[in-house]
Write a protein that binds this ligand. Structure first.
Ligand SMILES: Cc1ncc(COP(=O)(O)O)c(C=O)c1O
Length: 424
């Protein structure tokens, strides 16, 4: 028993930077020490161990853990393996997980009762969509062509189960802030029975960042609820959950926060909790507890234990500065290919509408297979790893995603490759 208490304090102290003898785990977690001053970008790059056999410009799949986070994760695997169920049952399942949830709520700028941990954005959004209660037969759901396939499937499934209609929006290409807003406004007017709208803050297909708050306002005026997918934008753009104005949001932590794979959270505004049903009859938590909206069983606890280290590392550079750095990397390569008549860049030159992710295509090459082949050429002939994406109005494209450790030299390699391919 004595040993167990000692272990627990050891882990909590390490995870949260809690001073010895601090009163109350939760209170202490909220007071997590302010991280050291921002080291600047030259200081952050060396915190990553990066494979050097290829230039990785496919960082939208998931984010590489920085070295401090990866080391913490490994320590947590060992710690968990050593202390096993005693640590989980007596300590982590009661205090540890709640301290992490409290810290995450603070990070997101919402109340702790409004947040539940998940295994990623897919689980967060599937649970929100599938359990959305207000949709009635004869009403409708709406989503767009740039949304994520799994969420589109979930919206279709919800509509089918409820006897509701489906309205599909096509985001114009080229997109602009105004034409995106106009597109949703027109669609909501044309489909007045819409009850639920899915929005993806940053598209995984093109990198387009849409003006979510404005569209939420339009929807709210028509009594339409909005579920926002922030899988790509959380940690990539400078915002907090309340800025979106939406009542339902799904996120992960393993892309732009750089936590271990298999982590995310869902947000439900406290006053709207009853509008999302509990997950599959979950009785582990009472129905008035947001945690009843998730039931994932035994998860990767060592990953969960690493959330404090991930948030601490993420906080080393203010989000506004991180977001600006990512935008600047995107501008570095886009600025050098934009004038090429053969190249189409799929995010507009409006800094409010992109972050790190931006897709391009070679004019006329709109097929998915053609773009898969092009991504392969970029990898095999030029040593640059990207990915082909489908779904934009004008056809398939190549997604390019630098990250915190990407250098201008990496991007110049891409620029040279695009110039060569455009001429061929
Ligand atoms: C826009 C978008 N939504 C949802 C997801 C799913 O996220 P997760 O891997 O956390 O389940 C992704 C992942 O690529 C995404 O890009």
């Amino acid at each position: 028993m004595k040993q167990a208490n000692k272990s627990r304090r050891g882990w909590m102290r390490t995870a949260f930077g809690i001073a010895a003898g601090a009163p109350g785990i939760l209170a202490a977690a909220e007071k997590t020490a302010t991280p050291p001053a921002a080291p600047g970008w030259n200081g952050l790059g060396p915190s990553y161990d990066i494979a050097t056999d290829i230039v990785n410009l496919e960082n939208a799949y998931y984010g590489i853990m920085s070295r401090p986070v990866a080391e913490d994760f490994k320590r947590n695997i060992d710690y968990l393996n050593l202390h096993n169920s005693r640590f989980l049952r007596r300590e982590f399942d009661r205090e540890g997980i709640e301290a992490i949830r409290a810290q995450l709520a603070q990070h997101a700028g919402v109340g702790v009762k409004e947040i539940a941990l998940t295994r990623g954005a897919t689980e967060s959004l599937q649970n929100l969509i599938a359990n959305y209660r207000p949709l009635a037969a004869g009403e409708g759901v709406m989503y767009g062509n740039l949304d994520y396939d799994t969420m589109i499937d979930a919206m279709d499934d919800l509509a089918r189960r409820r006897g509701a209609g489906v309205a599909r929006v096509t985001i114009p290409e080229p997109a602009s802030r105004q034409n995106v807003i106009d597109t949703y406004e027109r669609a909501l007017t044309q489909h007045p029975r819409t009850r639920l709208l899915l929005l993806t803050h940053v598209s995984h297909r093109t990198g387009l960042a849409i003006p979510v708050a404005e569209i939420v306002r339009l929807a709210r005026a028509r009594n339409v609820d909005v579920i926002v997918d922030i899988a790509q934008s959380w940690g990539q753009l400078d915002f907090r959950i309340p800025d979106l104005g939406a009542d339902f949001v799904g996120a992960n932590l393993h892309k732009w926060v750089g936590a271990p794979l298999g982590l995310g959270f869902l947000y439900i505004k406290e006053s709207r909790l009853a509008d999302i049903d509990v997950q599959l009859g979950n009785t582990i938590h009472p129905a008035n507890d947001i945690r009843a909206r998730v039931n994932a069983g035994t998860v990767n606890v060592a990953a969960t234990m690493t959330i404090p280290a991930s948030l601490a590392f993420h906080a080393r550079v203010p989000l506004a500065e991180r977001a600006a750095r990512l935008r600047a990397l995107r501008e570095h390569w886009v600025g050098q290919v934009l004038a090429l008549p053969q190249v189409q860049v799929l995010t507009p030159q409006d800094p409010a509408m992109y972050g790190a992710v931006t897709s391009f295509r070679l004019r006329g090459r709109t097929g998915f297979d053609e773009n898969v082949a092009l991504a392969r050429t970029l990898a095999d002939d030029f040593g640059i790893f990207t990915v082909a994406r489908s779904g934009p109005a004008g056809g398939a494209c190549i997604r390019v995603t630098p990250s915190y450790y990407t250098t201008h030299a990496d991007l110049d390699k891409l620029v040279a490759a695009i110039h060569k391919l455009a001429r061929s």
